[in-house]
Design a protein. Structure first.
Length: 279
């Protein structure tokens, strides 16, 4: 996993070309527990060259095994795209920058582990077309039923919104209207994050819906079709008009969890060895 954070936090994230971040609260939970997202989310995006996805997964699996052997105090989720150009994303969370630095420094003090990670990163480099990282801040006020048991999730439905200049508050209003409209839909849920660092910071939001299976997408489609009945025509018209003047672009993609690329707590492996224990 290659993370390239913003310059003002690079010292605590980037040492010797290998970066890691602290375990998100959602990953620290025990299986069977629901938990809110961490305050901050680091999202690393790796564009994979054609035909190299399986090799990238194998190399990332080697890094995960090195971390597990060293009992490193870091955890993250690795996902591969189902839609869009070939890419892998890695998601890690933390509740403060200070906490991230403290746990990262514990990890980089293990020289044997760092040597292993550097070697794996050097191997993986030629397989990637581009890498970049972003830091997002969790927006509870724009989210709907965000507490989930991440250990039971297998897919992410992710939508990235680019906001027009000067319409930040309009988007916040729009997001709250959507949350209100879907509040009567029992299965509707998502977490919204605002980009604080990285390309487009200040004008980019991302909405993430974790899913147990792709049947959840079928339910999302059904809920969307039924929205005129639950929200009302007037409210939908307001949402459409506000969206047209607020959103510059929006893109949705599906991602699948890849256990071989994810460094998760031992408790997850014990609870679901058939999935999280895959080699």
């Amino acid at each position: 996993m290659k993370l390239h954070p913003a310059a003002n936090v690079a010292l605590c994230l980037l040492i010797g070309g290998v970066t890691l971040s602290t375990a998100p609260a959602a990953l620290a939970q025990q299986p069977g527990q629901t938990h809110s997202p961490s305050k901050y989310m680091y999202l690393a995006n790796e564009a994979i060259k054609p035909g190299m996805a399986s090799t990238v997964i194998k190399n990332e699996s080697s890094q995960v095994q090195a971390l597990r052997t060293a009992k490193a105090p870091v955890h993250y989720l690795g996902l591969i795209d189902i839609t869009g150009a070939p890419r892998a994303i890695f998601i890690a969370g933390y509740d403060s920058f200070a906490q991230m630095q403290k746990e990262h420094e514990q990890t980089v003090s293990d020289t044997k582990l760092q040597d292993a990670l550097k070697a794996d990163n050097a191997t993986e480099g030629p397989m990637l077309a581009q890498t970049h990282g972003s830091i997002y801040e969790y927006r509870k006020d724009l989210s709907l039923r965000p507490d989930v048991d991440i250990s039971q999730m297998r897919f992410f439905d992710m939508t990235l919104f680019e906001i027009k200049n000067g319409h930040h508050q309009d988007f916040e209003r729009l997001a709250k209207l959507y949350a209100k409209a879907y509040s009567s839909v029992p299965d509707a849920h998502w977490a919204v994050f605002e980009k604080d660092y990285g390309e487009g910071s200040g004008s980019v939001f991302i909405a993430i819906t974790p899913l147990k299976s792709l049947a959840g997408v079928d339910q999302e489609m059904l809920d969307g079709n039924n929205l005129p009945k639950t929200a009302g025509a007037d409210q939908l018209q307001v949402m459409r008009e506000l969206g047209s003047v607020t959103i510059k672009s929006a893109r949705s993609d599906l991602f699948a969890m890849v256990p071989q690329m994810s460094y998760v707590p031992d408790s997850w492996l014990k609870a679901s060895p058939d999935f999280w224990g895959k080699k």
